[in-house]
Design a protein around this ligand. Structure first.
Ligand code: CA
Length: 232
C-alpha cells in the first residue's frame, strides 16, 4: 500500500473495548466516600479520560479551593485502584471485536490510546483481543505528560502509527476524549456506551455519534469505503 494512503484507528479502552466504566465510576465514588467526600457517581463519567491525578486535583480544588498534596493524591489513587480491582470484572464491549477486525482487514493501523495506566486491564488486551494491536502500538497514562482532554495522547498515537492525525479515526466514549481527538485534528467518533447524553458529545464537536458499539461496527465498512474513496 502507498504510504501516503495509510490510515490509522486510535482506539480508547475503557468504555470502548471494555464495559468497565460502571466499575471505575463506582470505585471513584467509594474511594472519595472514604475521604468524606460525597460525589455523585455520574460525575465521574464527565472526568473520564483525565489521568487519576488530574481528577483528584480537580475535585480537591473544587471542594477545598486548593491543590491536593502529591502524597495524598498517590494514596487516594492507589485506593481507587484497589477498589476497582475488587469490583471490576472484565467485560468486553459487545461489537468491539467486530470493529477491530474491520479496521484490521481494511489494512488500517490500530493504536490503543488510553488514560489508564492500570496494568490489570492493559494486560488483558492481548488475550481478549488477540492481534488487534501491533507490538508497542499503545499509548497509556505512563507515556504522556498531559492526559486527555489534551491532544497529546492522540498525537502520540498518530505518531506511533506513522500516520498524519487527519488520516486517523479516534474512537471514544467520553466527552473529554472527544475533545482530545478533535484537538489532535482527527476524525472523531463518539460511541455513547454510558449515561452521558448525546448533547455532551455534540458540544465537543464529535464528527459522528453512535448509540452503541454494535451500531458503529455495522456502519464502519461503509465509512471506511467512503473515506478511502475520497482520498483516491
Ligand atoms: Ca474511555
Amino acid at each position: 500500500m502507498d504510504t501516503d494512503k495509510r490510515r490509522a484507528a486510535l482506539i480508547d479502552m475503557d468504555g470502548v473495548l471494555y464495559d468497565s466504566m460502571k466499575y471505575h465510576t463506582l470505585a471513584w465514588r467509594q474511594m472519595m466516600g472514604e475521604y468524606g467526600l460525597d460525589i455523585p457517581r455520574d460525575e465521574f463519567y464527565l472526568y473520564e479520560g483525565m489521568t487519576g491525578t488530574a481528577t483528584i486535583d480537580l475535585i480537591w480544588e473544587h471542594e477545598f479551593g486548593k491543590k491536593c498534596d502529591p502524597g495524598q493524591i498517590e494514596r487516594m489513587y492507589h485506593r481507587k485502584t484497589e477498589i476497582f480491582k475488587e469490583l471490576g470484572r472484565k467485560e468486553r464491549m459487545a461489537g468491539a471485536d467486530r470493529m477491530l477486525e474491520t479496521f484490521r482487514s481494511a489494512g488500517w493501523e490500530r493504536v490503543l490510546v488510553t488514560g489508564s495506566s492500570q496494568a490489570s486491564l492493559l494486560d488483558m488486551i492481548e488475550s481478549d483481543y488477540p492481534g488487534a494491536f501491533g507490538e508497542g502500538m499503545r499509548v497509556t497514562a505512563r507515556d504522556v505528560t498531559h492526559g486527555k482532554p489534551s491532544p497529546e495522547p492522540y498525537l502520540k498515537g498518530a505518531s506511533l502509527a506513522g500516520v498524519a492525525p487527519e488520516r486517523c479515526i479516534v474512537v471514544e466514549n467520553a466527552p473529554l476524549g472527544v475533545r482530545a481527538g478533535k484537538a489532535a485534528g482527527c476524525l472523531t467518533v463518539a460511541v455513547t456506551t454510558g449515561p452521558i447524553p448525546r448533547e455532551a458529545f455534540e458540544k465537543e464537536g464529535a464528527d459522528m455519534i453512535f448509540n452503541n458499539m454494535g451500531e458503529f461496527a455495522d456502519s464502519l465498512p461503509g465509512l471506511i469505503q467512503s473515506l478511502e474513496a475520497e482520498s483516491k
